[in-house]
Each structure stands twice: as C-alpha cells, then as structure tokens.
Design a protein around this ligand. Structure first.
Ligand SMILES: Nc1ncnc2c1ncn2[C@@H]1O[C@H](COP(=O)(O)OP(=O)(O)OP(=O)(O)O)[C@@H](O)[C@H]1O
Ligand SMILES: [Mg+2]
Length: 377
C-alpha cells in the first residue's frame, strides 16, 4: 500500500495536519461571536489562514453564517464585487436559487444567475447592467450581508490579505468600506494579513479609515514543545522514530516557522521511506536542507544578485542573528553606514517579503535563504 506523507505544506491545513493554537482559536471565536471585529496579523507562513478557516468552520457549526474572501485575487472594484457576491451566495446556506433572488433584490447594477456546470452542480454567476453606477453596486454588495443576516442568524466575514484593499483606489475604498460596515448590526468582521506593517498602519493610524475598527491580535510561532510532540506523533504514525534532540534540531534549523517545519519534515519523511529506514537522524535534517538549498540555489542567487552591495551587508548581518542591528558595534563589525541607510535597506526587505519584523526582531522570512546567505556572503 502506498503510504501518504503525514506532513503538509503550502496550503491551508486542517484535521490531523493542524495542531496547537487552541488559545488563539478560542479568543478569536469569542470576540467574533460577541459581535466584535478582529484584526489578525502575523508574518508570512505562520498559519493565519489555516487558523481562520478552522475558526470559521467551528463558528459555522455553531450556527453562524461564515464567509471567507481572499483579497489576493481581487485586483479591481469589479473583481471585488464579483468575488464577494460569489462567496456570499455560496455561504448563505439556503439554496443558491433562493440566494440569487435575494441578491437581485438588494443589489443594483448586476443580474445574478445560477448556471449548472458539466457535472450538474449549480454555480453562481453575474452579469453587469450596462451604463450603471458601479459605486452604488459596490455599496449594495458591501451592505448585502447585513441585509441577509438576522439577529438570530448572525454573519461572520473574513477578509484575508486585507492590506490588499489599498490597491482598490486606496483611501477612497477604505473609507467606503468602513462607513458601510460600521452600521452592520448582525455581522462581525475579521481582517487578516501578512504584511504586518501595512495592516498595523491601517488599524493604528488615527488618519486611516479603519483606525480602531477592530480588536488587534497577533499570532506567534507555535510553542516548541507542541511542535516536538507533533513531529513525534506524525512520524510515529508511519512507524518512524524521531528523538527529542533531533526534533529540537529540526525546529531550530527552520527557526520554528510553521510552514518550514512541515516542509522539512515532509522532505525527511520522503527520503526515509525511499531508503526504507525508520529513525530520523541529525544527518537526515542536514541532508534535507542541503537538497533544498541545491534546488533553490538559482532562485536564491538571483534574489541576492538583485541587491545593492549595502543591502547585501545588511542581509549578512541579519543572517548572523544580530540583536542590535542599529548599534555602533554592529555597524563596525559588518561595515554598515548611517542608521538611516540601514533602516531604508530593511524597509525594502520588509516590503519585498525577504525580512520580517516581529517582536522587535528582524528575521528572515525563509530560514533556508538565511542559510544560503550565511554560506555565500
Ligand atoms: N496550526 C498549524 N498546524 C500545522 N501546520 C501549520 C499550522 N499553521 C501553519 N502550518 C503550516 O504552515 C503552512 C502555511 O499555513 P497558512 O497558509 O495557514 O499560513 P499563512 O500565515 O496564512 O501564510 P501566508 O502568509 O502565506 O498567507 C501550512 O501549509 C502548514 O504547513
Ligand atoms: Mg494566508
């Protein structure tokens, strides 16, 4: 029988692939169920989307109507209207035909309809009425959930990668969205995203529309003890052993970042199964890293060669886990110039997603790239 890999990376995880986060889950669910909005931010690949999908599923089981919209795939006001209408139509819970009737009643400027795909499944689609005022359609769609919700059937709506709304004609869209949703009595909103600096500014800056619009929460990496347990249990499910020291080494190598824990464990499992072995060794971890470094080396070289000399120096300093990147000693040791130049370089890295700034520390988003930098620079 073919064995399936007990680890999973790259997409939302659930069921046996998901572990820990009980406290965060409870806090998020309680705040939303209590009628309050939540902003959740964390660096890339910490597990925001997986956590939120789990929260939504549980809230749905408890009787809420839940909607999830990923703004990454929204690039204009029109795509916002279309994608939002789709997820709302699919979430409402009654028949699609029924929902379409309600949508037609509440939203001007579009004609919603149900079509059937090749397997006979009903799917939602819409067409535009020519010459309409799309601003009104936008307002209508934003207000739709509150129209459909009732005091005994509340709605919870999650906008993933929420910082992307700034692409939709910036300020103006933000203001419109905020001014509509602040009147929604029966809907709670969840805003999440990975560009933490952008998201924090949206909610903490007095001049922005979403200032104070939600309870701001962050999530950390997963507790190391929980991750060790998870690694042991999951390897064990394929009759593979991993001891404490080896599991801790694995976590250490990937700086405890949830995505990379699963990624490395996945690779190791694969090679052990191929060799018909049943115990993970320290050497297996190093080999997995080597093989990923080989696979990604072209990409890493290109990424590095695109940097200025100054930025390379900053990368090198960060790769050595310097605590005080702006100190005189660091500047001397790594041959850095003015604090402002270092700051600027870091801003660029954060903008490009190469470096994360979390808990006062600058850290590589990709721990394997960090290793590449340590070796090559
Ligand atoms: N609670 C968890 N249990 C197990 N694995 C997890 C957990 N959270 C995250 N992961 C791992 O991290 C990967 C990324 O998770 P997810 O997509 O939820 O993170 P994200 O923060 O939304 O990422 P992105 O910033 O790319 O949107 C998952 O595919 C999985 O491998
Ligand atoms: Mg995500």
């Amino acid at each position: 029988m073919t064995k399936t890999n007990p680890f999973k990376f790259g997409s939302v995880v659930s069921g046996k692939f998901f572990y820990n986060r009980e406290d965060e889950l409870l806090r998020i669910k309680q705040t939303l169920a209590g009628g309050n909005n939540v902003t959740l931010f964390a660096p890339r690949r910490y597990g925001k989307s997986s956590l939120i999908k789990k929260a939504l599923k549980e809230l749905n089981d408890e009787g809420f109507v839940t909607v999830y919209l990923d703004l990454m795939s929204v690039y204009s006001r029109e795509t916002f209207i279309v994608n939002y209408a789709k997820v709302i139509a699919n979430s409402e819970g009654t028949s699609l035909e029924n929902t379409v009737k309600k949508i037609a009643k509440f939203i001007s400027g579009i004609i919603p309809s149900v079509s059937f795909d090749s397997s006979g499944m009903p799917t939602f689609s819409l067409s535009w009425i020519e010459g309409i005022n799309k601003e009104q359609t936008l307002i209508d769609i934003i207000n739709l959930p509150d129209r459909l919700a009732r005091s005994n059937k509340k709605w919870i709506i999650a906008f993933d990668e929420f910082q992307e709304v700034t692409k939709l004609n910036g300020d103006n869209f933000e203001k419109l969205l905020r001014s509509c949703i602040q009147n929604h009595q029966n809907v709670s909103y969840l805003f999440l995203g990975s560009k933490t600096h952008l998201l924090q500014d949206m909610f903490n800056n007095k001049n922005r529309a979403f200032y104070n619009a939600a309870a701001v929460m962050g999530i950390d990496k997963i507790d190391e003890i929980k991750s060790v347990d998870y690694l042991k249990t999951r390897f064990h499910s394929s009759k593979i052993k991993i001891d404490q020291t080896t599991a801790e080494h694995l976590l250490n190598v990937v700086a405890n970042i949830p995505y990379y824990i699963q990624f490395i464990a996945y690779e190791i499992w694969q090679s052990l199964i191929l060799d018909n072995r049943n115990k993970v060794t320290l050497n297996d971890i190093d080999e997995a890293i080597e093989s990923i470094l080989r696979l990604k080396s072209d990409y890493y070289w290109e990424l590095t060669n695109n940097q200025t000399v100054y930025r390379k120096k900053v990368l090198y300093a960060i790769s050595n886990s310097v605590v005080e990147i702006f100190s005189k000693q660091t500047a001397l040791k790594y041959n850095l110039g003015a604090v402002s130049s270092t700051q600027r370089a870091l801003e660029v890295f954060i903008e490009n997603g190469i470096i994360e700034h979390a808990k006062g520390k600058y850290e590589f988003s990709d721990p394997i790239y960090r290793m590449f930098i340590i070796r090559q620079l």
